[in-house]
Design a protein. Structure first.
Lengths: 309, 365
């Protein structure tokens, strides 16, 4: 058996030690870090919520109650549907889509400038200045924004100081701070796929379009954007997934009367000690993310292999 | 419709480097004009100045007697064919060809009609739905030409578009380009480092070196009467014979070299005086092995070193008395089997086939 394995091309090409290391690392990553946790959570989401000691006992049975709770609410509730959770969920999806679009609109011109217009030294400088703020932890960056956006914060103090406004703008209450924070949090994950995609476009393509009479706008629409499509899809899916699953930024920046869906999941896990319900809510979030990726691929007619490039 | 193109004192500088230096040339409407020169000589810069991608640092570009300064490439009556063609890979062949019409808001039906016409012109009927990558090298070439011709430009600019093709295809495309130019009757400005391409296709050529034009003229004139040692050695092959002017009789000049005295022909624009340092040039195909009764103006003793067989001709490399190496070519139709390395020969050449110029930089240095 061992001899048979070691004569395979993979082993011959990489040598025994390296090949075994590859195999072990990949199997460990895939089985222990991807498959088992997901399966465990999927299983848990269909089980009744019992303390660990009661597992396998008569009270531990398979049930749809957690998914039902998400849609219809608690059995004692008078409402037909679980408007609170569904509302939080819907708002999270909607805002995440808006954040993704805002990110794309913001990043595309910058990525294009760095990739095709700036000279190499300027481009390097710009890339570095994009990266440096992200050396700081996400939570701290959110707090920094909180300081900027607070009612007695830097922006309000500045604006009242120069007399533009006489009353503080309620950035936090109206979730402007949250939206800004979310756009900022994952901006690099939009920037770099876009930059890479645009950078690989032959400059002659742009010049050829121009030479044939195309305006700048149309050249972007017909030449640059179609070429950058895999980068756009890649950036959008990553930003969407991370935004929809963000926890630190909403905890710090959302207004006291709104919730972000992952905050709900967090509550089920940590505050209500209901891991089964938390798992069910997580699975719902996972499904939405997968649907988003598939929809993006369908809309932009891009294959999964192109996105990962 | 074709248009004249005029470059008035055009210079293009990058920092302190002159990519093009005081270039003056008038290209006539309907002409096939080539800029010929080694890489880095500034010919692509000039093409970009004509197409509008590069503003001249000094001087002006006139198309149809209209100053083009401040007019972008998308507003000029020129079309550029890129060295790598720059076809749009995500569009079909028809979409590529009709792109210039699409951006001008021509209806889809009219676009398709024009694309079909052009596909016929380039002998690719019915292949408009294909993607670019499904075409062969020669077909891509023709699609690039069709795309550039779709808006009926007055001037077509070509940046070494044949350099990526193999030899046979390149030769066929030369003929084809020339035919297309005759048919559409617009000005073609062609950039190349390949003198064969320039000579076979062009009405006139401009030979460039280090940002400056060395000579402008019809192909045969440039080949037969080069104005500078650079042109003499860059366009075709030439054997330089260095020496001093000994005697001048009208346009015939006798030059004294370590290998003997030779009679050569002086260009009326490049006057020489007795005692000047000069170079007499003689091309490989102008050197002959004298037969019985032949009487050449010049004789030269050579010692054969080696030879190579090229097919239609046989090239011989030989040394002169002074050690100077020369090359001469004998048509394959003549029997040269008795000549091998070590053979001593006397070759002859006519003074009319040898030009003499003041000493200056050669292209082969």
């Amino acid at each position: 058996m061992g001899n048979y394995l070691f004569t395979q091309p993979f082993f011959k090409k990489n040598g025994k030690a390296v090949a075994i290391y590859f195999l072990v690392a990949i199997v460990f990553w895939f089985v222990f870090l991807v498959i088992i946790p997901q399966l465990y959570m999927l299983d848990l989401s269909f089980r009744s919520n019992v303390p660990p000691l009661a597992r396998g006992g008569p009270q531990d049975f398979y049930t749809m109650e957690h998914y039902q709770h998400f849609v219809f609410g608690s059995k004692t509730s008078l409402d037909t549907f679980n408007f609170v959770d569904l509302g939080v969920f819907g708002r999270t999806i909607l805002v995440s889509i808006m954040v993704t679009i805002a990110n794309l609109l913001f990043c595309y011109p910058i990525a294009f400038y760095i990739a095709k217009i700036a000279n190499p030294s300027t481009a390097r400088l710009l890339i570095v200045s994009l990266i440096i703020p992200f050396w700081i932890n996400e939570l701290l960056r959110s707090f920094a924004l909180r300081i900027l956006f607070a009612n007695e914060g830097v922006i309000n103090n500045f604006l009242t100081g120069i007399g533009v406004i006489d009353q503080s703008i309620l950035f936090i209450t109206y979730d402007i701070g949250l939206y800004t924070g979310l756009v900022y949090a994952y901006i690099l994950l939009m920037m770099f796929p876009l930059y890479n995609a645009i950078e690989s476009l032959d400059i002659n393509q742009i010049e050829a379009a121009k030479d044939l009479g195309s305006s700048s706008l149309r050249t972007h629409w017909r030449i640059v954007i179609p070429h950058a499509k895999p980068g756009i899809v890649s950036g959008c899916t990553m930003v969407f997934m991370l935004t929809v699953g963000a926890l630190a930024t909403p905890v710090v920046l959302s207004s006291p009367n709104t919730l972000w869906f992952p905050q709900l999941i967090y509550q089920w896990f940590n505050m209500n000690d209901n891991w089964s319900r938390g798992s069910a809510y997580s699975i719902i979030l996972l499904i939405i993310s997968v649907i988003f990726v598939l929809a993006m691929m369908r809309i932009f007619k891009v294959k999964i292999g192109e996105i990962i490039k | 419709m074709s248009a004249d193109v005029e470059l008035n004192n055009v210079s293009v500088t990058f920092g302190s480097f002159y990519a093009a230096k005081s270039v003056n040339v008038k290209i006539n409407g309907g002409e096939f004009f080539s800029f010929l020169g080694p890489s880095g000589c500034g010919k692509t810069t000039l093409l970009r100045a004509i197409s509008g991608f590069q503003d001249p640092s000094e001087g002006s570009v006139l198309i149809d007697n209209k100053d083009m300064s401040g007019i972008g490439p998308n507003k000029r009556p020129t079309s550029l064919i890129f060295q790598n063609l720059a076809l749009f890979p995500l569009m079909s062949v028809s979409e590529n060809i009709a792109f210039s019409l699409e951006v001008r808001g021509v209806s889809k039906k009219d676009r398709q009609k024009r694309a079909d016409e052009l596909l016929e012109l380039i002998a690719l009927e019915g292949q408009g739905e294909k993607k670019v990558h499904q075409l062969s090298g020669g077909q891509k070439q023709r699609v690039a030409i069709a795309r550039a011709l779709a808006v009926e430009p007055k001037v077509l600019l070509l940046d070494e578009p044949l350099s990526a093709l193999d030899l046979k295809l390149r030769q066929r495309m030369r003929t084809e380009l020339r035919e297309i130019q005759k048919r559409v009757n617009i000005t073609f400005i062609y950039i190349t480092h390949d003198q064969g391409e320039a000579l076979t296709m062009s009405d006139r050529i401009a030979v460039m070196n280090e940002g400056e034009i060395e000579q402008i003229g019809p192909c045969d004139e440039v080949y037969n009467n080069p104005l500078t040692p650079f042109v003499a050695t860059f366009v075709g092959e030439n054997n330089p014979l260095f020496g001093k002017v000994k005697e001048i009789n009208q346009n015939k000049v006798r030059i004294e070299t370590p290998d003997g005295d030779f009679l050569a022909t002086m260009n009326e624009n490049k006057k020489l005086n007795i005692g000047d340092e000069a170079i007499a040039f003689v091309r490989p195909e102008s050197l002959f092995i004298p037969r019985e009764g032949d009487n050449f103006d010049n004789q030269i003793d050579v010692n054969i070193e080696s030879f190579e067989f090229e097919g239609n001709i046989k090239n011989f490399y030989a040394t002169l008395k002074s050690g100077t190496r020369i090359k001469f070519s004998i048509p394959n139709a003549i029997d040269t089997s008795s000549i091998s390395s070590g053979t001593k020969l006397q070759l002859g050449f006519e003074s009319i086939k040898s030009s003499i110029l003041p000493k200056a930089q050669l292209a082969i240095d």
